[in-house]
Every structure is written in C-alpha cells, then in structure tokens.
Design a protein around this ligand. Structure first.
Ligand code: G3I
Ligand code: 9MR
Ligand code: ZN
Length: 589
C-alpha cells in the first residue's frame, strides 16, 4: 500500500491519541473501555459514500470480533473501498480492493476488501464508490454471544413431550405434544413410552441416529469450550447451577435412553407417524399414531456412543444420570456383540418419514467402542477400536460418524490407548485440516467447501468442516486452522453469493419461511429464532427447488420458500454443529 492513514482516536474523556498505521501494519489495538471514536484523514475525501444497498458486497451480517481478520467479498472488479462508521457517517478506513478470482461454486468473479485493522467497537458499513453500500455490521467482541444463546435455545423450542410455556417460549409457546404411548411397528398391540426428546427438524419425527449426533455435538461443544456456555439462556433449567447446554443435551439423551429395548439392549431406529403431518400442524395438534420402528445397528451403536460419552461428562455433575447412561451403553454394546451382522433400517412401504439409512455400521460401532473405552478403560473396547477403526472421511454428521470416533480416541487419556493408532489418526486428521484450509483459500467466498459438497444440509458440511479445523487446532496449534473455521461462520452469516444469513432471526437478510412446522403454523410473524437451515442443495430434491433453481450454480441452489424442504428445512444436528463453532468464538480465545 502506498499511503498512510492517519487515525486520530479521540477518547470520550477528551484526550487525544494519535496512532500511525499503514496497511501492512498489525491491527491497531484499542482500549474498548475508553470508547474511542475514530476519524480518518486520507484520500477517502475524494470517494463518494454510497447510500444504496448493493447485493454484491458480501459481509458477515452480524459482524466481526475486534481483533479478527475482517474480509468482505465483492462481486465484480472495483478499485477502492471505504468503511464508514454508521453513527457518525465518517469514513474510518479507505483501502484497495485486491484479488480477482473466479469462484467455482457460485460462478462469481470476486475481489476482496480487508478491513482487519479496524479494531474499535462500533457499527459500520462498507461503501464502494460506483457500486453501493453493504448492510450494517458490528465490530465487537460480543458479536456472537446472542446467537450462541439463541442456537441453544432453539433446541428447547424443538422439545417434544412438554408444554412450551409463555414464560420461556413467548409467542412460540404451545401445549405439550406426542405424550401418548407409541405402538411397536412390529406388534401394534405393544405400546411403550417414548415421550420426550427433540422434534428432529421441520417435522415431528424422533430419530435416534441424528438425535445422538445432536447430543454429541452439544457435549463436545461444552467439553472443548466450557467458558462459552452459561446457565442463563432462559430455558426452564436456567439457574440450576448446570450450564444450559448440558441440561439441553440431557433432555435429548433421556429420550434416547427410552428408545432401548430393555430385554435385548438393541435400540429402536425411530418413532414417527406413518407420514408427515401437514406443514401447518402445530406439535400439540399432531395426533396421528406414533410408531416405534425396528432396532437397527446404526441406532444401537450411536446410542452406545453417546450414552458412554454422557457417562463421562455428567460423572460429577449428575452422577445418577451418568451411571444410568453407562449401564445402558454397555447393554447396547452387548446387543452389537450378539448381532454381528449389519441390521439395516429401511422404511417399510407404508412409512414415509425420514429414513436416516446407512449401508454400513462400521463407523458407528467404532465410535461406540472408542467412547466405551474412554469411559471405562476396558481393553475389550480398545481392541475393537484398534482392530476395526478405519479413517473414513472423519464425518461429523448423521451418516458418517467416524470423526466422532476419532475425537473420542484422540482425546482419551485412559491408559492402554494405542499410541500408534493415535498418531496415525492425528496425522490424517491434520492432513484433512490442511486440505480444508487450502480449499478455503481457493474458494471465492473463503469457505472450505468444494462445489460438489452443496447437497442436502450443505450448511452442516460448512459447520462440520469448521469443527474439524477447530479440533485440528487443538492437536497442533495453527492460526490457519482457526482462521479457516472463522471464514466458515462468516459464510453462514451472510458472506455468501446470495447474501443470505442462514440462521433464523439473525443477520440483515434473514430466512423468513423455513420448512419448519411450528414456524409455519403458529401466529408469530417471525420464524422460531436460532435455527440453521439446510442451505444450498444442487441436487434439487423438492418441487420448488426443481422449478425455481434449475440451471443455478451449486452455491445458489437455495430458496427461502416454506415448501423447499431440501434447501430450507432446519434440523437439530445442523444447529449443534454450528453451536460448536460458536463455542469457539465465545470462549475468549
Ligand atoms: O451422499 C450423497 C453424495 O454422495 C452425492 O454426491 C450427493 C448428491 O447430492 O448426495 C448425497 O446424498 C444425499 C444425502 O442426504 C447426504 O447426506 C442425498 O442426495 C439426500 O437425499 C440426503 O438427504 C437427507 C434427507 O433427509 C433425505 O433423506 C439429508 O441428509 C437428511 O438430513 C434429511 O433429513 C431429514 C429427515 O429425513 C426427516 N426430517 C427432516 C430432516 C432434515 O431435512
Ligand atoms: O416435511 C417433510 C420434511 O420434514 C422432510 O425432510 C422431507 C423429506 O423427507 O419431506 C417433507 O415432507 C414432504 C414429503 O416428503 C412430500 N410431500 C410434501 C411434504 C412436505 O409438506
Ligand atoms: Zn412432540
């Protein structure tokens, strides 16, 4: 850069601090408590400050932490940008736009504005002469605090089997739901109590496989970033001395426990009605018969994994619950030992709800073994893991859980852990993190996503890639990992080709019509807040997507339409993966 900015920081107390800064220098550090106002004197005087919003300036619509790297992505080619203080209208920074990159996933040609050196908290917007201005955004260290609480609270709104009272749910309150006994599909004369848990998504089905992943995500978020989670998100358990995230995970796990067949130890795959209720059905008005579907290998193994994990995490917080979890986990493992052949779940022809099918239970069983070994130190689980674990993509979603298995083994401190196996997994984990980093660096919107990864729930891919990177940083501290993870959250919060914030209730361009039955059916104007929608899906798997999105680039295959369930539904396990990143961002690191 060939000019110098003279930033005059005026403290409210009236003293003057002069800070010289050039574009290449490190961020100017500021004393937040002194509330400084910045005024800039430079070439910006000649640039027009635009008033019209432009869809082509892409920023994180919430904003950035004070010392974060702050980049806006601009579609097209322009020369200079300005960042304006929204309150004063004064330009605080002028800079050159850099880069000229064709983004594979959107087809956009983009350039970049780096405004990292603005470190003074405040509300700002970006102006590009001849193009327009961006939405307002904040620079503030607590910029992701509210959303962290809201994304946890969203799981409370998904709770089944209890009334959501106005005290906690406000305009989203409803009477209790799905409390009646459920019939076993295999023998409808048998009825069992499987009330509780979370509605999976925009539907009211309850499925063990994804619910285990949701609970595991919450427990991991807490384990890695305990400082980020409070006991004050305004759920019924708030103030009980236990972080709300653990109360919420327990609510889900208590239901998971009910899905175990007490005789065999096997775990029923799901409980749902035969079909999906109308989109305008409130939970308490959905009175169709609930059927408990047969036991599967994946449900049983995921169950064993998450209950073993819970036994470790709640050991001192809630010992009785922890004990229950461990017993149930061991019992599920017995079922797996007695049923070595893969028991697949497939929807019978008269059931149309989510299948959560899989062609292999290997990764689920390895996860169970790793968690049971970590919880008990018992060599038989260790041996199973060491003999059977294969590095298979390190998935952190419902279908591939090998990432959860790896985390359990990598961070286990029980004696007997096989160091060679640890080293092998660690090496592959870091190699994958390096791959995500370079994918992110090549991507126009800086998100670690390949253009083939925009499928159903692509936002979960974004979030789990960030999760992978954050865990890599724990294995080998490297700023490029945390940086690439941060770029992923910026994508979810609006710095994407559609300028779309994908989390309900947050950002300037919000999701207004998610495929979420309570939001579609209630009288509230806005959808339930804090829910991550699936996002772009280039496979066009619903009628709206087929008719409205055909011919679009992968990253553009999203539509804010209540009927586009393949792009605009919500899901608890998408939320939990994003909560993990928010844990990082709110842990003051
Ligand atoms: O794995 C393939 C991949 O190899 C291929 O390249 C890609 C092309 O699009 O497709 C991938 O498969 C997709 C798979 O999700 C990925 O996990 C399928 O097309 C897609 O149909 C499948 O979607 C699942 C969807 O249910 C339909 O079964 C979603 O993952 C899953 O999150 C979603 O879950 C639903 C429940 O069934 C019901 N409740 C709501 C929930 C959320 O939408
Ligand atoms: O609403 C359902 C959603 O929760 C599921 O994820 C999705 C895929 O299984 O299916 C939705 O239900 C649709 C059904 O599959 C086809 N008819 C329209 C339904 C939406 O109201
Ligand atoms: Zn319910």
């Amino acid at each position: 850069m060939n000019w110098k900015n003279l930033i005059i920081s005026l403290t409210l107390a009236g003293s003057l601090i002069f800070t010289m800064s050039s574009c290449t220098s490190k961020p100017v550090s500021s004393d937040v408590s002194e509330k400084t106002i910045e005024v800039e004197e430079n070439m910006s005087k000649n640039l027009k400050i635009e008033n019209e919003l432009s869809d082509e300036i892409h920023i994180d619509q919430l904003g950035y932490k004070t010392l974060a790297k702050k980049i806006a992505v601009i579609k097209g080619q322009y020369k200079k940008f300005q960042v304006i203080n929204s309150k004063t209208g004064v330009a605080v920074l002028t800079g050159d736009l850099t880069g000229n990159l064709k983004d594979e996933s959107s087809g956009d040609t983009v350039c970049y504005a780096d405004f990292s050196k603005i470190t003074v908290p405040g509300k700002y917007f970006m102006s590009i002469s001849g193009l327009g201005k961006s939405y307002d955004f904040l620079i503030d260290d607590s910029v992701y605090t509210k959303i962290n609480d809201a994304m946890q609270k969203a799981l409370y709104y998904q709770r089944c089997g209890m009334a959501l009272t106005t005290e906690y749910a406000g305009e989203y309150s409803h009477a209790d739901c799905h409390k009646a006994l459920s019939k076993l599909y295999s023998d409808e004369t048998k009825k069992i109590d499987v009330s509780g848990g979370w509605h999976d998504a925009g539907d009211y089905g309850k499925y063990v496989v994804p619910a285990s992943v949701t609970a595991a995500g919450l427990l991991l978020a807490y384990e890695f970033y305990p400082q980020a989670f409070t006991d004050a998100t305004r759920i019924p358990e708030s103030g009980n001395g236990i972080p709300d995230i653990l109360d919420e995970a327990k609510y889900g796990i208590q239901w998971i426990l009910k899905m175990q067949d007490s005789e065999s130890g096997g775990v029923y795959h799901k409980v749902t009605s035969r079909g999906f209720p109308e989109i305008t059905t409130m939970p308490d008005k959905d009175v169709d018969d609930q059927l408990v579907m047969p036991i599967s290998t994946t449900a049983t193994a995921d169950f064993a994994a998450v209950t073993a994990m819970a036994s470790r995490i709640y050991m001192t917080i809630d010992p009785a619950f922890a004990q229950n979890c461990l017993q149930a986990s061991k019992k599920a493992w017995e079922w797996l030992e007695n049923n070595k052949n893969f028991v697949e779940f497939k929807n019978p022809s008269d059931v149309a709800t989510g299948e959560y099918g899989d062609s292999s239970g290997k990764d689920e069983k390895a996860w169970a073994a790793a968690e049971l070994f970590r919880a008990t130190g018992n060599e038989k689980y260790n041996k199973y893991f060491v003999d059977n674990y294969q590095v298979e993509g390190f998935g952190l979603g419902w279908q591939n859980v090998s990432g959860f298995a790896a985390i359990a083994y990598l961070f286990s401190d029980v004696s007997g852990t096989d160091q060679e196996k640890v080293d092998e997994i660690k090496k592959s984990w870091l190699a994958k993190a390096d791959m995500f980093t370079s994918t992110g660096q090549k991507d126009g919107y800086l998100v670690a996503m390949h253009k083939m990864e925009y499928n159903w729930g692509s936002n979960m891919n974004v979030a789990t890639h960030a999760m992978h990177l954050l865990i890599a940083d724990r294995l080998k501290v490297d700023e490029k990992y945390t940086q690439t993870a941060e770029e992923c959250i910026h994508y979810l919060l609006g710095r994407n080709t559609l300028n779309q914030s994908y989390i309900t209730g947050f950002g300037s361009k919000q999701v207004t019509k998610p495929h979420h039955r309570p939001s579609a059916a209630d009288f509230a104007l806005k959808p339930v807040p804090g829910l991550l929608v699936g996002g772009p899906n280039s496979a066009l798997e619903d009628d709206v997507a087929k008719s409205k999105l055909s011919g679009k680039s992968p990253a553009e295959c999203y539509i804010d339409d209540v009927n586009s369930f393949s792009t605009n539904e919500v899901a608890t396990y998408w939320n939990s993966s994003a909560i993990f990143i928010l844990g990082y961002l709110n842990s003051n690191k």
